[in-house]
Design a protein around this ligand. Structure first.
Ligand code: SP5
Ligand code: ZN
Length: 358
């Protein structure tokens, strides 16, 4: 199985974040990626490939030009104006209850880097350091490169070969599924799976995004909410971060109605219950959708001892999840999202991929 990977993704390394009011070491650390890489390396069925550079165009198919320019230039502006050299954290957010009068709203002009910090971000987990843009850009390039490789394989292969295809893994960070077209949040800056989806959609492919990260992929949901392609399916712990989205009643709107499926799970959900919910949505929604490609937002923060997540999935459970994803029988791209228990992150990710390939 090919694994797309780049050491440039390791450069983004904020010192701290605030969770439940506690200032703690940044959990979305470079070590996460290194540990996964080393574990997969020790298994010998994984070949590591460096990404190509596909430029900004695929990124701009999802994200606004303003937002991307902000990410590119924010750190320099912030420091020039006296912001802390360790990186950007917002002082105030553009909350929807501020300036609720439309005449005041029109007057809001955002020019200060301290205002922009809160305009383009919605929580305190997306510190922008001097290295952030480089890693964020590289993370997207890893995913685009993996997508191009998958597309090339499918276009050049017989259906028999495609049936036995081992899938491709984009081992990237920062993750993406909480970012929407104009906002970073939840460690995410660019929405990698959305960018990949748009690359595939350019050739009129139908795409399913299956999001198995512990958290609801609010960014991905938002980006495609009015769209019937992709079908977005998320299984996630609830109630939990990102707190304001992920309800079953969020089903998409307009042309997108019925193509957004949320499956909130309570914190005692174990392997059997999780697999039952996954099987149901595969049979009732994913298979009938008749897609050309499957993109998996792969988070292993559903692990029973994860520091942030609160579900009860076991290391063995991940093998069964991988096997079940294989039963969808589509050309598949796995894209790394969350997972914070460093002792098991390697084997848990490895087990999904091995399960998929048994
Ligand atoms: C990609 C990804 O997994 N992002 C997750 C970001 C989560 N950040 C906030 C975590 C808040 C956890 N709060 C738990 C409160 C109950 N103990
Ligand atoms: Zn997560």
């Amino acid at each position: 199985m090919k694994v797309f990977y780049s050491e440039v993704c390791l450069k983004h390394a904020p010192k701290h974040e605030i969770i439940s009011g506690n200032l703690i070491d940044y959990l979305e650390s470079p070590s996460r990626l290194i540990i996964i890489k080393e574990y997969l390396n020790s298994l010998s069925n994984f070949d590591f490939v460096s990404p190509n550079d596909y430029g900004l165009d695929p990124i701009l198919s999802v994200h606004s030009k303003d937002y991307v320019e902000y990410l590119q230039t924010a750190y320099e502006e912030w420091v020039k104006n006296g912001g802390n050299k360790n990186g950007i954290l917002p002082e105030a957010f553009l909350h929807h209850n501020i300036s609720s009068s439309s005449s005041i709203k029109r007057k809001v002009k955002v020019t200060s880097p301290f205002a922009k910090a809160g305009l383009y971000c919605s929580d305190l987990s997306c510190c922008i350091t001097k290295d952030t843009w480089e890693s964020v850009y590289e993370s997207a390039q890893v995913v685009i490169s993996a997508t191009m490789e998958l597309k090339r394989f499918v276009e050049e292969s017989s259906s028999e070969e495609i049936n036995h295809f081992p899938g491709i893994f984009a081992l990237c960070r920062p993750p993406g599924h909480h970012a929407n077209s104009i906002l970073s949040s939840g460690y995410c800056f660019l929405n990698n799976v959305a960018i990949s989806t748009n690359v595939l959609k350019k050739d009129n492919n139908k795409v399913v995004i299956l999001d198995i990260d512990y958290h609801h992929g609010n960014g991905t949901q938002e980006i495609f909410y009015l769209n019937s392609n992709p079908l977005y399916v998320s299984l996630h712990g609830s109630p939990d971060y990102p707190w304001f989205t992920g309800d079953e009643s969020e089903r998409g709107e307009g042309e997108g109605e019925g193509f957004n499926i949320n499956i909130p799970l309570s914190r005692d959900t174990d392997d059997d219950e999780y697999l039952k919910a996954l099987k149901k949505v595969i049979n009732e929604n994913i298979i009938p959708y008749n897609a050309d490609y499957l993109i998996v937002s792969l988070g292993v923060d559903t692990y029973k001892e994860d520091i942030i997540g609160a579900l009860q999935i076991t290391t063995e459970g991940y093998k069964r999840i991988g096997e079940m994803i294989k039963s969808i029988n589509l050309p598949t791209l796995f894209v790394m999202e969350g997972g914070y228990h460093l002792e098991t992150i390697g084997i848990n990710v490895g087990n999904v991929l091995l399960g998929f390939n048994t």
